[in-house]
Ligand binder design. Structure first.
Ligand SMILES: [Zn+2]
Length: 476
């Protein structure tokens, strides 16, 4: 049953904007149901929601219209009769995020996403040196025919081991070459291949894009997907997300599937032999997980499931951070030497499994929002996801006003493992104030994860924090 919150109060309406242009975005709640656009006309102010409609009305008409907008049989909550902190938070956020001009009384009908806690994960996770030998037997559990999606560079490294893993099983295996982009046309093409071959299980082997493509193909065919990352560069392999790009490689959208990989296999021999920069990038991505999950938890934010985080996801996110702090430096040295030590095992698990479960079930916040903003900077295109997230998490700590000593401690950790700790560390880029504000605008977009921060963050705040980061580093 849908839940509604009725909020009453004052809002400052930006009347200077063109009434017909839905260009004023703001977020009340992170999750499946959110307000993303404000329309203004002479009579009413309408908020349009991704699910259902939210209306803000001047005081006169509010009762009548509010009643009309509610579906019968739904529950209504009055903030006066509840002590829910989150409802108050949304209300104050409304005040904070509204800009300029006329104050009006409004009644806001907010349709809430589910208030349940959700924990979602792959069925099985297998990690260790030589773990590729498990791929064939795992495929056997899911059917007679397996389609592998992987590019030729990856296949040169792992092809023999994967083929061998199918020697003693009755499941047949075929590979279709992945052309390198998780784009709609590539998903279409591979969906065709999978259907023609009657594949029961699709296995993505390689980096994030090959795995995301395999998930997307399964989303079409309804079969089972296996995820076999050959680098520990992000926390995406366990997740239910596919990041879709255009054929030219520009970000298009994040697609959340209603299933997870049935199995995730990580061969740490392969991970340790991959370029060390990928391994370090994975540490950068995972470094953010605890701080983002903590922010989401404390601010009663939402995860990508539009749900509240569980206690388990909070604990997992925290342990991911602890493992990194204990092991990351040693592990980077070991990977430099192409060796698998216990610290490599710990960091690989922290990066792929714990951070993967932690971000999906614990929530993301400013660090990933800032990452999204950073992708707009020219000169940063060669930086990896994890490198941008590493800068993003430091910005988050500044935004949240962490004590300077703690920020410095995390900076020295990041620096020691080889992560960038300011924009200047990334290809020595030195963006203008205007460019930093553009980063801030994207970071504060209502579609992003900034809404899980308990504080109001403006584009200026983000630009200032990025500059503060430079000055902290200079003062070292
Ligand atoms: Zn990430």
């Amino acid at each position: 049953m849908a839940e509604f919150v009725i909020l009453r109060g004052f809002i400052k309406i930006p009347i200077s904007r063109d009434a017909k242009t839905p260009d004023y975005k703001y977020s009340v709640v992170m999750g499946v149901r959110r307000i993303s656009t404000l329309f203004y006309n002479s009579k009413d102010v309408h908020f349009h929601y991704s699910n259902g409609t939210v209306i803000i009305l001047p005081s006169k008409a509010r009762k009548e219209r509010a009643n009309k907008s509610l579906v019968s049989g739904t529950e209504m909550y009055d903030p006066k009769n509840t002590d829910s902190r989150s409802k108050r938070y949304w209300l104050t956020n409304l005040y904070r995020r509204s800009v300029v001009s006329v104050e009006r009384v409004f009644t806001l009908v907010v349709e809430l996403g589910p208030m349940h806690r959700v924990y979602a994960s792959p069925d099985r996770y297998i990690q260790g040196p030589g773990a590729l030998e498990r791929v064939g037997p795992l495929a056997l559990q899911h059917g007679k025919s397996a389609l592998i999606i992987s590019d030729s560079d990856v296949w040169q490294v792992v092809g023999d081991s994967v083929e061998e893993s199918f020697n003693d099983v009755t499941t047949t295996m075929e590979r279709s070459n992945f052309t390198g982009e998780c784009s709609t046309s590539e998903i279409d093409r591979l969906t065709d291949v999978a259907s023609k071959r009657n594949a029961d299980v699709i296995i993505g082997i390689g980096g994030g894009k090959a795995i995301d493509t395999a998930k997307a193909v399964c989303g079409r065919t309804g079969e089972v997907v296996g995820s076999v990352p050959t680098v520990a560069s992000t926390d995406a392999p366990t997740s239910s997300l596919s990041i879709i790009y255009t054929e030219e490689g520009t970000f298009e959208r994040a697609h959340r599937h209603d299933f997870h990989p049935s199995f995730v296999v990580v061969d740490t021999n392969v991970v340790a032999h991959a370029p060390t920069r990928w391994f370090i990038s994975g540490i950068g991505d995972a470094l953010a997980t605890w701080f983002e999950a903590k922010a989401t938890w404390e601010n009663e934010g939402r995860t990508i499931h539009g749900a509240r985080p569980t206690y388990a996801s909070k604990a997992i996110a925290r342990y991911s951070y602890d493992l990194l702090r204990e092991n990351a430096e040693d592990a980077v040295h070991a990977v430099n030497e192409d060796t698998v030590t216990e610290s490599v095992e710990a960091v690989t698990e922290a990066t792929i499994l714990l951070s993967g479960l932690g971000f999906e079930n614990g929530g993301t916040a400013a660090a990933h929002a800032v990452h999204d903003g950073l992708t707009t900077l020219s000169g940063i295109s060669d930086a990896t996801h994890g490198e941008k997230v590493a800068v993003g998490v430091l910005v988050q700590l500044i935004l949240e006003a962490y004590p300077k000593e703690e920020i410095k401690d995390i900076i020295s950790f990041a620096d020691a493992v080889g992560l960038p700790v300011s924009l200047r560390d990334i290809d020595s880029i030195d963006p203008t104030r205007e460019e930093l504000l553009r980063v801030g605008h994207v970071a504060c977009d209502s579609e992003g994860s900034m809404g899980n921060e308990g504080i109001d963050v403006t584009p200026e705040d983000v630009a200032n924090a990025l500059q503060t980061l430079d000055s902290i580093n200079e003062s070292e």
